[in-house]
Design a protein around this ligand. Structure first.
Ligand SMILES: [Zn+2]
Length: 142
């Protein structure tokens, strides 16, 4: 199953990305986090990644779109969602807490994509390259 190998890759990636947030002064809460691939429902607009805060019943959740294929892009979207997790900020809400965490680790927002926050600074780009080297490529559908 492609999903389970992707889910394993995403869990490993999350472990390797967490220190970036800690070093940026925004450690992720120790609470359980579920990371997996998923697809937008038919009534939803297309998304690359979503973050759901923990509820009394469900742990916090990050879902990355099944349509993502590029390893580097997947890491950047995952890191973006981890900023939501670290700052307990709602998905789509890129307020001060989110932006401070994203900036601290080197994520930027391009002028033509003011809501994306997935563009890395050169030093974050190099850190992600090192992480990808450990992870290997994101599993692809054959
Ligand atoms: Zn976001």
């Amino acid at each position: 199953m492609i999903d389970s190998s992707r889910n394993r890759w995403l869990r490993k990636a999350t472990t390797l990305l967490r220190p970036l947030l800690t070093n940026g002064g925004h450690p992720c809460a120790p609470q359980t986090l579920v990371v997996r691939v998923g697809s937008p429902r038919p009534d939803e607009v297309e998304w690359d990644g979503l973050f759901y805060e923990a509820t009394p019943v469900y742990p916090a959740h990050i879902v990355l779109s099944r349509s993502l294929v590029d390893s580097h892009h997947v890491l950047r979207v995952l890191l973006h969602e981890l900023c939501h997790f670290a700052t307990e900020s709602e998905c789509q809400a890129h307020g001060n807490a989110f932006r401070n965490a994203a900036r601290a680790i080197g994520l930027r927002s391009k002028h033509n994509e003011p809501t994306a926050w997935t563009t890395p600074t050169p030093s974050l780009h190099r850190a992600l390259e090192r992480i990808l080297h450990k992870l290997g490529p994101y599993p692809q559908e054959k």
